[in-house]
Design a protein around this ligand. Structure first.
Ligand code: ZN
Ligand code: ZN
Length: 189
């Protein structure tokens, strides 16, 4: 299988936090990720749109995916790492993937294939593809706004951002450890 390398930029906010959405309660939060984690995540996201890669992932990485569960900071429910895309991120990735497909089709089928076959042995026929080029859409994702407040997770030495007005328990996204919200704590004293 051939490989296409491309840049898939996701916007981070000014503190370099990345937006996520809970697949259960649909609330948004943000996580501070290492650069490699973000690259890995983007790769998995793109893979999930590619049918072949998806089948492979189900066969080979099922146990790995099941092992890597993350917890929603708000509702505490758990899901694998690729379950936390926002609707906008999913729409963005689907356009990127469509563009890759369009690029493959356009490069392989809409140009005369004569050139490709010229050097091959006689008996090879040339094929012309009459189709129109598939138009590519500009993938667009809105700029990350600096909303939400930072919440420290000493259990994993990580940071997340949660909604400003959230006063309930906050679960660690990485290990699920429950924290009493700091604002609540201050109020109780
Ligand atoms: Zn949730
Ligand atoms: Zn933790």
């Amino acid at each position: 299988m051939s490989e296409i390398r491309m840049n898939l930029p996701f916007h981070l906010d000014d503190d370099r936090f990345f937006r996520r959405e809970c697949p259960f309660c649909r609330k948004e939060f943000k996580v501070l990720l290492e650069k490699e984690e973000l690259t890995d995540l983007a790769q998995k996201g793109i893979d999930s749109f590619m049918i072949e890669a998806k089948e492979e992932a189900i066969d080979l990485n099922e146990s790995e995916l099941l092992g890597a569960e993350f917890t929603c900071p708000y509702c505490g429910q758990q899901a694998p790492s690729d379950s936390w895309w926002t609707k906008e991120q999913l729409a963005y990735m689907s356009i990127v993937v469509k563009n890759i497909m369009a690029k493959i089709v356009n490069e392989n089928f809409t140009r005369p294939l004569k050139r490709t076959f010229r050097r091959l042995s006689s008996g090879m026929v040339s094929i012309r593809f009459e189709g129109k080029e598939i138009e590519q859409q500009e993938p667009w994702i809105s700029h990350e706004v600096d909303d939400m407040e930072i919440f420290d997770l000493p259990c994993c030495k990580r940071k997340i951002k949660i909604e400003d007005n959230w006063v309930d328990v906050v679960y660690c996204f990485f290990c699920g450890f429950p924290y009493k919200h700091k604002n609540r704590e201050t109020n109780d004293i």
